[in-house]
Design a protein around this ligand. Structure first.
Ligand code: DOR
Ligand code: ZN
Length: 435
C-alpha cells in the first residue's frame, strides 16, 4: 500500500482545525502538509474522531449466519464509524476455545472492514459450570484479554471468583452480563407499572443490581478487573460509583437504547423493543445519561444483536431479545449527551473510542491522531441528520428500534489503517479494497 490521502480542514477533536496526511496506513503529518499526488478528502465542517471501538458486538458467526456474519457485521460497524469491535462469545459453537476465537479473528481480517477482537467465553458452552480454556484463548493468535458469558450471567459466585483469579494472572478482565437468573425466570420486560398493566412477567432492576454488588465485592477481594455490560438501572450506577470511589478496578458500559428508550415502548407489543436487560423507566434513562457524562459509566457499547426474521417477527413472548446498534450508536450518544449543537465532542471521543479501547486493551485504537500512529479515525458530519430505513442498513438483519426516526449526525468516512472503509457515507464495496 503506497498511496497517500490528505484529509483537508477537519475539526480534529482535542486539537482543532488542521489537515491530516495519511501515508502507508499511518498518519504522516498534521497541520498544513504539502502532499503532491495524494488523494484529497474535503473535510470542511466535519469532526474527526478516533475510530469508534465497540466493546459489545454480536457478530453471530459461526452458527447464525442467517442473522449476521463477520462480513456484514463489520460493514455495519464501519458505517457506524467503528474501526474495532469486540465480538461476543455466544456463537454456535461458542467461542470457548482457541480454535473458535482464532477463526473469528481471521474472518475479521479477511473482511477488512474493522478489527475484530474476539471475546472468549468464561465457561464451557456458556454453561456456567466449568471454566473455559481461558489461558489457551489468551495465548492464542487472537490474544483474548476479555472474557464474557454474555447472553448469560456468570451466576455461580465460586466460578466468578475462579475466573477473576485466572484473568488476573495476565491482566485480563471479565465482562459480566449481570442478571440473577432466579429473579428473571420467565421475564419478558422491565418489572414496573407497564409490565403490571400489560400483564407481562417482569425483570426486576434488583436482578442486575444484586449481581453487580456481588461482583464488585468479588473483584475487590481477588484484586482483578471487572467490567459490567449494558448497565441499565439508576441503582446499578450508584453501586458502581461507590465501588470506584473505593478504588475497585471496575468499569461499565451503557447501550444507546438504554439512553433513549423506555419500557413505555412495550405498549406497542412490537418485539423490536424486547432486549435483555430490558428497556427501563425515565428515571433510569436520566441516571444513565448523567453517569455517562460524568464518567461513572465509562463507555458506550452497542450490544448490537441482530436477529433473523423468524426470531423477531413473532409474538413478544416468543421473540429473542436484542436489537441492532452499530449504525445508529454515535447519533444516539450525541443526542443523549446534549444534541449536535451543544455536545462536547471530546467527551464523545472519550466514551465511544478512547476509553473502550483501553478497556478492551486495543493499543492501536482509541488514539488521537499523531504522526506515526495507525490511521484509524472517523469523519462525522455534525449537521447532517438522516432517517433510519431498516432495509438500507448494512447489517444482514433489520431489527432496529429506530426505524423512521431522524438521527442527528452522519458518518461521512471511516479510515482503518489509512484505507477508507466508508467514504462519502458509502461503504467500500469489495473486501480487497480494504486489504
Ligand atoms: O438482548 C440481548 N441480546 N441481550 C443479551 O445479553 C444477548 C443478546 C443476544 O445475543 O441476542
Ligand atoms: Zn448481555
Amino acid at each position: 500500500m503506497t498511496e497517500s490521502t490528505l484529509i483537508k480542514g477537519a475539526d480534529i477533536v482535542g486539537r482543532g482545525r488542521a489537515d491530516v496526511l495519511v501515508r502507508e496506513g499511518r498518519i504522516a503529518e498534521i497541520g498544513t502538509p504539502s502532499a503532491a499526488g495524494a488523494a484529497v478528502v474535503d473535510a470542511d465542517g466535519l469532526v474527526l474522531l478516533p475510530g469508534l471501538v465497540d466493546l459489545h458486538t454480536h457478530l453471530r458467526e459461526p452458527g447464525r449466519e442467517d442473522a449476521e456474519t463477520v462480513y456484514t457485521g463489520t460493514r455495519a460497524a464501519a458505517k457506524g464509524g467503528y474501526t474495532a469491535v469486540c465480538a461476543m462469545a455466544n456463537s454456535y459453537p461458542v467461542a470457548d476455545t482457541a480454535g473458535v476465537v482464532e477463526q473469528v479473528a481471521a474472518l475479521g481480517r479477511a473482511a477488512g472492514y474493522a478489527d475484530v477482537q474476539p471475546i472468549g467465553a468464561v465457561s464451557v458452552g456458556l454453561g456456567g459450570e466449568r471454566l473455559a480454556e481461558i489461558g489457551a484463548m489468551a495465548d492464542s493468535a487472537a490474544k483474548v484479554r476479555m472474557f464474557s458469558d454474555d447472553g448469560h450471567c456468570v451466576a455461580d459466585a465460586r466460578l466468578m471468583r475462579r475466573a477473576l483469579e485466572y484473568v488476573k494472572t495476565f491482566d485480563g478482565r471479565i465482562a459480566q452480563h449481570a442478571e440473577e437468573p432466579r429473579l428473571t425466570e420467565g421475564a419478558q420486560m422491565n418489572e414496573g407499572a407497564v409490565s403490571a398493566e400489560l400483564g407481562l412477567p417482569g425483570w426486576p432492576a434488583v436482578a442486575e443490581e444484586a449481581i453487580i454488588a456481588r461482583d464488585v465485592l468479588l473483584a475487590e477481594h481477588v484484586g482483578a478487573r471487572i467490567h459490567f455490560c449494558h448497565v441499565s438501572t439508576a441503582r446499578s450506577v450508584e453501586i458502581i460509583r461507590e465501588a470506584k470511589d473505593r478504588g475497585v478496578a471496575v468499569t461499565a458500559e451503557v447501550c444507546p437504547h438504554h439512553l433513549l428508550l423506555t419500557d413505555a415502548r412495550a405498549h406497542t407489543y412490537d418485539p423490536v423493543y424486547k432486549v435483555n436487560p430490558p428497556l427501563r423507566g425515565d428515571g433510569d434513562v436520566a441516571a444513565l445519561r448523567a453517569a455517562l457524562a460524568e464518567g461513572v459509566v465509562d463507555a458506550v457499547a452497542t450490544d448490537h444483536a441482530p436477529h433473523a426474521p423468524q426470531d423477531k417477527d413473532c409474538e413478544w413472548s416468543a421473540a429473542r431479545p436484542g436489537m441492532l446498534g452499530l449504525e445508529t450508536a454515535l447519533s444516539i450518544t450525541v443526542a443523549a449527551l446534549g444534541g449536535p449543537e451543544s455536545v462536547d465532542w471530546d467527551l464523545v471521543a472519550e466514551r465511544t473510542s478512547r476509553t473502550p479501547a483501553r478497556i478492551a486493551a486495543l493499543a492501536a485504537h482509541g488514539r488521537d491522531p499523531e504522526p506515526g500512529l495507525e490511521a484509524n479515525f472517523t469523519l462525522v458530519d455534525p449537521s447532517r441528520s438522516w432517517t433510519v430505513v431498516p432495509s438500507e442498513l448494512a447489517s444482514l438483519s433489520q431489527n432496529t428500534p429506530y426505524a423512521g426516526m431522524e438521527l442527528p449526525v452522519t458518518i461521512q468516512a471511516t479510515f482503518l489503517r489509512g484505507r477508507a472503509t466508508v467514504l462519502d457515507g458509502k461503504l467500500a464495496e469489495t473486501a480487497e479494497e480494504n486489504q
